[in-house]
Design a protein around this ligand. Structure first.
Ligand code: GTP
Ligand code: MG
Length: 624
């Protein structure tokens, strides 16, 4: 619910379109004075509509209640009845410098979901702490989340200084403790300001009572926050949302679309897509129903054509050659705030959203858990083997440092470098379960899947008939043959043709359509990622058995990339893969054992494939 305080005509529109507009969020523990601070700011900057202040004061007098600045905000009846802010209330005000939108965040943790999902945005945060009460549970929680949302400009307002007689020692104690806490989470507050929101000390006017403080007032501070414009000067980060194809006859160009998070790019620039590491040059910038700018900058949602026709998928991150590239990996250390109803546990696949990428992710290890209700930190096996069993999971509302592993490589930055692409969200089922921030790359070592496969192999109980005996009898070895190609129907047709020939010529073969393993993939992109991963894993396990049984096991995996094949290869171990590409694919040419042109005749295709299988000694002999 929005409370529009400055109600001049056209304000709202101006607010959404105006460049000199800044989004702030005010957070803090219940009753630490968020609404009061904002009310005070509105009054002191003359942002209230004519007569509003008098009206609220008169209302208070009539109802024999002491006037509260918070009433100016808590304008909704229900809120006033409860005396607490129950929803994030937005209000608008302006200073000589620019317009502001302030989000008055209730002292409740749920509102943060709005920020995590992007329903609310903030470029800077004021964290309020009551000088008399000191640091409380939500002071920690909110501090952690603000840091995990990548809000870099954080200022701590130590409020109600009047209650501690403006005592510097009390202020210093809070600063010391809270600064240590925030820095542990990788957040660096710009400064701490001693304030009395009720008495208007250091809000808009400097208070003589705190002569030991010579920093800015809250108002000076918010005017000093830096606008995101400076993002233009940073390295390019463009998460690829979509790839559109021109459908005109004979035109095979594609448009790469997405919103630039940081940096800028223009036609002629060389770019690299991560994690695929494919390179291209920007041919043109395209806008939808508008003239395209010559230079695209942070915040702009545009399309790009490339001079080279490279095959990339949505989810990649476009960076500019010559600038610091993002990192690519499957393992990283991260801080996260867990909001899921069920705890985060090992051995379960969640979905990670980072930039435009959607990948399955697993918890490898809990490094430590910082319990917001206290300051206890549980150390994990890495640092302290004794307490490893203490905390093998992350509970609701825990702030934890964890080691995560994604099912395929993702591109990311680190906290403190480029926040936009170091931030992520974790989804459990259909629920947003966490927000987090990448702290560091982790050394690779064996992946979770590699460990599972080697364990499987160790425990594999063999039958009485070995591979050599089957090969001798069948006149071919077992092999997993995977057809890859952008045009699915073509790949399927050729795969089945091969199956037919092999069968008619007395070979042992079986064709399995991927959809048979787990049904059609969901339309929903969120579920699709998880289902596809599931399919791959099951297909790989099945292949292991089929090839062990000596079959020429055939499938099609139209969109497979190198990483998919590596995964199948791993799962199918100790047996190998035989990869056939049909026409255009995302694979590097050397990834294939046989390559077929898209318009190849079926008989020729079979001939080419048998030749290749024979060369590799998989099929002993053939005759057509
Ligand atoms: P929630 O919205 O419920 O989370 O609380 P809040 O953080 O918005 O606190 P609010 O502004 O409603 O203030 C809570 C109480 O603290 C009110 O009674 C205020 O009058 C009082 N208060 C706020 N600022 C000051 C201050 O600087 N000094 C003193 N003495 N009291 C203050
Ligand atoms: Mg409030």
């Amino acid at each position: 619910m929005a409370i529009v305080v400055s109600e001049e005509p056209g304000t709202l529109e101006a607010v959404t379109n105006n460049e000199a507009q800044f989004d702030l969020v005010v957070v803090g523990h219940v009753d630490h004075g968020k609404s009061t601070l904002i009310g005070r700011l509105l009054v002191d900057t003359g942002s209230l509509p004519q007569g509003e202040l008098e009206q609220v004061k008169a209302h208070c007098a009539r109802t024999a209640r002491p006037f509260e600045y918070a009433f100016l905000l808590d304008a909704l009846k229900a809120e006033q009845a409860q005396g607490i802010t129950i929803d994030t209330a937005r209000c608008f005000f302006r200073t000589a410098r620019r317009r502001y939108t302030i989000n008055d965040a209730p002292g409740h943790v749920e509102f943060l979901k709005n920020m995590v999902t992007g329903a609310a945005r903030a470029e800077a945060a004021l964290l309020l702490i009551d000088a008399a009460e000191g640091i409380r549970e939500n002071s920690r929680r909110h501090g952690a989340i603000v840091s995990m949302l990548g809000i870099r400009q954080v200022v701590v307002v130590v409020n109600k200084m009047d209650l501690v007689n403006y005592d510097q020692a009390a202020f210093d104690r809070i600063e010391k403790e809270y600064r240590a806490f925030l820095e542990h989470l990788g957040a660096r507050p710009l400064r701490f300001i001693p304030v009395s929101a009720r008495d208007g000390v250091n809000v808009a006017a400097r208070g003589g009572v705190v002569d030991w403080y010579d920093g800015p007032t809250v108002l000076e501070q918010i005017d000093a926050f830096v606008k995101e414009e400076e993002q233009h000067e940073r390295p390019l980060r463009l998460p690829v949302q979509d790839i559109y194809k021109f459908t005109e006859e004979g035109d095979d160009r594609r448009i790469v679309a997405g919103t630039i998070e940081t940096g800028s790019v223009r036609a002629g620039d060389e770019v690299v897509f991560l994690p695929s590491r494919k390179r291209a040059r920007i041919a043109s910038i395209e806008a939808f129903n508008a003239e395209a700018p010559e230079r695209a900058v942070a915040g702009q949602a545009l399309g790009y054509t490339l001079t080279e026709q490279i095959y990339i998928k949505p989810g990649e991150l476009m960076c500019r050659l010559g600038e610091e590239p993002a990192r690519v990996g499957t393992r990283f250390r991260a801080n996260l705030f867990w909001m899921g109803r069920a705890p985060m546990i090992q051995g379960k696949r969640y979905k990670l959203k980072l930039g435009a990428a959607r990948v399955p992710v697993e918890l490898v290890e809990v490094i430590n858990v910082c319990d917001a209700s206290g300051i206890s930190i549980h150390e994990s096996a890495i640092r302290n083997p004794q307490s490893a069993i203490d905390k093998p999971q992350v509970d609701r509302h825990d702030i934890a440092e964890v080691l995560l592993e994604t099912a395929r490589p993702v591109a990311f930055d680190l906290a403190g470098e480029i926040e936009q692409t170091s931030r992520f969200v974790i989804v459990d089922g259909d629920q947003i379960a966490a927000c987090g921030i990448v702290l560091a790359e982790a050394e690779s070592g064996p992946t979770l899947l590699e460990r599972r496969v080697s364990q499987r192999e160790e425990n594999w109980e063999k039958g009485a008939v070995g591979a050599a005996r089957r090969t001798a009898q069948y006149r071919h070895g077992g092999k997993f043959i995977v057809f890859v190609g952008e045009r699915r129907e073509r790949a399927v047709e050729l795969a089945r043709q091969l199956e037919l020939w092999l069968h008619e010529n007395g070979r042992h073969t079986y064709y399995l359509a991927l959809g048979n393993v787990l049904g059609e993939l969901a339309e929903n992109a969120t579920r699709r990622v998880m289902e596809r991963e599931e399919q791959l894993l099951r297909l790989g396990e099945l292949a292991r058995m089929m090839t062990d049984a000596g079959l020429l096991f055939i499938t099609t995996l139209p969109e497979a990339d190198q990483h998919d094949l590596d995964k199948l290869r791993l799962l199918n171990a100790p047996f190998e893969l035989f990869v056939v590409t049909v026409g255009e694919t995302a694979l590097a040419p050397e990834a294939a054992q046989a390559r077929l042109p898209e318009d190849v005749k079926a008989n020729d295709a079979v001939l080419i494939l048998l030749g290749a299988l024979c060369d590799l000694g998989i099929v002993m002999d053939y005759e057509i």
